[in-house]
Design a protein around this ligand. Structure first.
Ligand SMILES: NC(=O)c1ccc[n+]([C@@H]2O[C@H](COP(=O)([O-])OP(=O)(O)OC[C@H]3O[C@@H](n4cnc5c(N)ncnc54)[C@H](OP(=O)(O)O)[C@@H]3O)[C@@H](O)[C@H]2O)c1
Length: 338
């Protein structure tokens, strides 16, 4: 164990110990423009060296490409990694940019077989419902997921972007180990109901986009000008035009805290998310996404930063001032149904 290995926490009430920060692998194949495959592979390896064990993918990231990309890494490190993937975003063969949300039992059975095949593994450690299809009772969806546990195809169950009510109904069918939802200095809607329900039920919170998809780091200011044509951040209302300009002005307290600690704004954004574990009294394992080994070093180092009460007091109000929603269509998020 190196001096820079991150601490661990528990995934669900009786789950495995995982590094307190995971790695989001989506950008290695999808969403944020072209990726350098060699740098991405080096990132996977460096993360493991530093104690990161929860690796996050989904079948929808590049229509299976991200799962296929991870297969050789998993073959080399299967026992060291807690592998999480997801189902629910079906891609019509003739419309590769479209996503249809599906939670029905035949679709889930087909999806899990596809993920196992592409990942080249016998079992998925953590299997998530990626988005909720409101036409299917959640009990029915989780019922099939529970069958997958009994059949040995998956070990633990997770839900992404569910409401507190949906989480409770699901948990009554089978223990839910993890809720994965957006949580950052810019996105705090889950704190009202989802986080308290997770704490009560012994569910671990896995915040996605903890760096606000990179916006909190200051690496881009307006997605429509600074990012490529195929970058999905151009479709997100808070990252373009007047909203982006107003939101960039909210980052001053992040920069001030960074200067005070001699660290980067990215590290302050992550330290804030890590600190929510103490604030809300439950395990929190953010999964920042990066394709660069140096950024894994930077991001994991954020686990060693403690923000002061006065820094929290200047960072906490930011979220309420953010202009524009997280997605153009919020009906697929928990906040859109809460
Ligand atoms: N459940 C869901 O619906 C859902 C939705 C979105 C994402 N996710 C998962 O959550 C993971 C993380 O979310 P995300 O990737 O959307 O957003 P994020 O982690 O908030 O931000 C990722 C962006 O920040 C950049 N970045 C990372 N570290 C940085 C640093 N230290 N300094 C400056 N820039 C940095 C990355 O660029 P580089 O790659 O170039 O470093 C990338 O553009 C994804 O990979 C995916 O696995 C899940």
């Amino acid at each position: 164990m190196s001096e820079h290995t991150i601490p661990t926490t528990t995934l669900g009430a009786d789950g495995p110990e995982v590094g307190v920060q995971g790695l989001g692998c989506m950008g290695m194949s999808f969403a944020y423009g072209p990726a350098d495959a060699d740098a991405s592979r080096a990132t996977l390896e460096r993360a493991l060296d530093l104690g990161v064990t929860l690796y996050d993918t989904a079948d929808a990231y590049g229509a299976g490409d991200n799962e296929r990309f991870l297969a050789p890494f998993l073959a080399a490190h299967r026992d060291e990694v807690v592998l999480a993937t997801k189902f629910a975003l079906s891609i019509p063969p003739d419309e590769p940019t479209r996503r249809i949300v599906r939670n029905d039992p035949p679709y889930i059975r087909q999806a899990v077989e596809g993920s196992l095949r592409r990942l080249e593994v016998d079992v998925i450690d953590l299997y998530y419902m990626h988005r909720r299809d409101v036409n299917i009772p959640i009990e029915e969806t989780v019922g099939v997921m529970a069958e997958l546990v009994r059949e040995g195809k998956v070990k633990q169950l997770g839900l992404s972007e569910v409401t507190a009510g949906e989480l409770r109904a699901a948990h009554a069918v089978h223990p839910i180990a993890v809720v994965q939802s957006e949580w950052s200095l810019f996105s705090r809607d889950i704190e009202a109901a989802v986080v308290p329900a997770a704490r009560e039920l012994g569910v671990t919170l896995v915040p996605y986009s903890p760096l606000g998809r990179g916006f909190l780091t200051g690496s881009f200011a307006d997605a429509s000008q600074d990012l490529g044509e195929d970058d999905i951040r151009r479709t997100m209302p808070r990252f373009t035009g007047d909203n982006a300009a107003a939101n960039a002005a909210l980052l001053a307290p992040v920069r001030e805290a960074a200067e005070a600690h001699g660290v980067t704004p990215a590290q302050i954004a992550l330290a804030w998310v890590h600190q929510q574990a103490r604030v809300h009294g439950l395990p929190v394992v953010p999964i920042p996404g990066t394709r660069r080994p140096s950024r894994v070093e930077e991001n994991t180092a954020a686990t060693r930063i403690t923000l002061t009460e006065s820094e929290l007091a200047s960072l906490d109000p930011i979220a309420d001032k953010v202009a524009g929603p997280r997605y153009a269509d919020m009906t697929f998020t928990s906040a859109g149904r809460e």
